[in-house]
Design a protein around this ligand. Structure first.
Ligand SMILES: *Cc1c(COP(=O)(O)O)cnc(C)c1O
Length: 367
């Protein structure tokens, strides 16, 4: 049987190789390699594409989250509400900002924060909510924004897996005080290295971010008003991302087409299939199924040449790095069940129809 890799990024590069080569050559010849014209133009393009006023390029998605927290005035002694099923970066960012993560369970249908559980975790120190738009689907942004308004909290959206996902027709990243994106190579919009972006419609937040990403200095001046950091999107990555951005909508459409084919092919199988909630457009950063017998299914797929991954094997409160989060497992039953059951099948725009059929056949026979 033919084997199918989980992801092959070289296929996408091959489709736009000539454009990438000339964009890279232009940067090399420009003499400007950090914070130049390419970053400025990409920030404009990306803000327009998302539907926000400002965009600030930074070094990574994790930095986008950390610097957004700091730009919103959140730090030591403050509590930030988020989820435990999204891998380490969101928690790393809260940690790096000096704040304390408070974990809330997920809605089992969408794997995103269960907005009805947020109220139980509020304290006098709660300052922000970070909804993670996991696997390519927005959290219930209406409910989150409502809770935040009622309690005077900031909303910082983790959009690292949700470039172009919508809620009521508006794109992820445009609902909160800041929308944080990653351009890690595997994301729906990926650089050929690290990169990140914060979008915002708040001029003050944008200005603070521009200072924070560059040691806390105001551009063109030498007075440091904030304790900053060095986290900048470089010209090479910005030029590469400018080549790719015009293709992103069609790549996302292809992701949805493959998800639809999986949905049809696997209909009726003893498997939980991804659910696109009402009012939302899912951009399928990952195609995640559920199986009570996940590990057995995964090894049977491996025997059939199908590579799968698990996002994520361990919720953050079960990692050795954060022993203080362990006790929060008490109120995270759906998060823990998801960690035991989730399995990600191969899905990326360049996956062929033949490969999709191969995966469907292998999953059916493995079950
Ligand atoms: C990838 C990712 C991040 C971090 O992005 P980096 O660019 O790798 O720092 C944050 N949150 C989520 C949900 C992610 O998937």
């Amino acid at each position: 049987m033919r084997s199918v890799a989980f992801l092959d990024l070289s296929r996408q590069v091959a489709t736009i190789r000539a454009e990438l080569d000339s964009a890279i050559a232009e940067v090399m010849g420009s003499g400007r390699y950090v914070l130049g014209e390419q970053v400025r133009l990409f920030e404009e393009d990306f803000a327009r594409w998302c539907g926000t006023t400002f965009a600030v390029g930074v070094g990574s998605g994790t930095d986008a989250l950390q610097l957004s927290l700091v730009a919103c005035g959140i730090g030591r002694g403050d509590e930030v509400i988020t989820v435990a099923n999204a891998g380490a970066p969101t928690i790393c960012a809260i940690d790096a900002a000096g704040a304390t993560p408070v974990l809330v369970d997920i809605d089992p249908a969408t794997f995103t924060i269960d907005a009805t559980m947020v109220a139980e975790r509020l304290t006098a120190r709660t300052r922000a909510i970070i909804p993670v738009h996991l696997y390519g689907q927005c959290a219930d942004l209406e409910a989150i924004v409502q809770i935040a308004r009622r309690h005077g909290l900031r909303v910082i959206e983790d959009c690292a897996q949700a470039h172009g996902a919508t809620f009521d027709g508006r794109r992820a990243g445009t609902f909160g005080d800041a929308g944080c994106f990653s351009f890690y190579p595997t994301k729906n919009l990926g650089a050929l290295g690290d990169g990140g972006m914060v979008v915002t419609s708040d001029r003050g937040v944008a200005q603070a971010l521009r200072e924070l990403r560059s040691y806390g200095e105001r551009e063109g001046r030498h007075s440091v008003r904030k304790r900053g950091h060095n986290s900048r999107l470089d010209e090479m990555q910005a030029a590469i991302l400018r080549v790719k951005l015009p293709m992103l909508d069609s790549w996302n459409r292809r992701r949805r087409e493959i998800a639809h084919a999986y949905g049809q092919g696997l209909e009726g199988a003893p498997l939980g299939l991804p659910h696109e909630a009402s009012r939302r457009t899912h951009v399928y950063h990952l195609y995640v199924v559920r199986s009570a017998d996940r590990d057995a299914l995964r090894s049977r797929l491996r025997e059939r040449g199908i590579e799968t991954l698990v996002h994520y094997e361990r919720p953050v409160h079960r990692h050795a790095a954060w022993p203080e989060l362990g006790p929060q497992s008490l109120w995270l039953p759906e998060t823990e069940r998801a960690a035991r059951e989730v399995l990600s099948l191969p899905l990326y725009p360049e996956l062929t129809d033949a490969e999709v059929s191969t995966v469907v056949g292998a999953v059916r026979s493995a079950l």
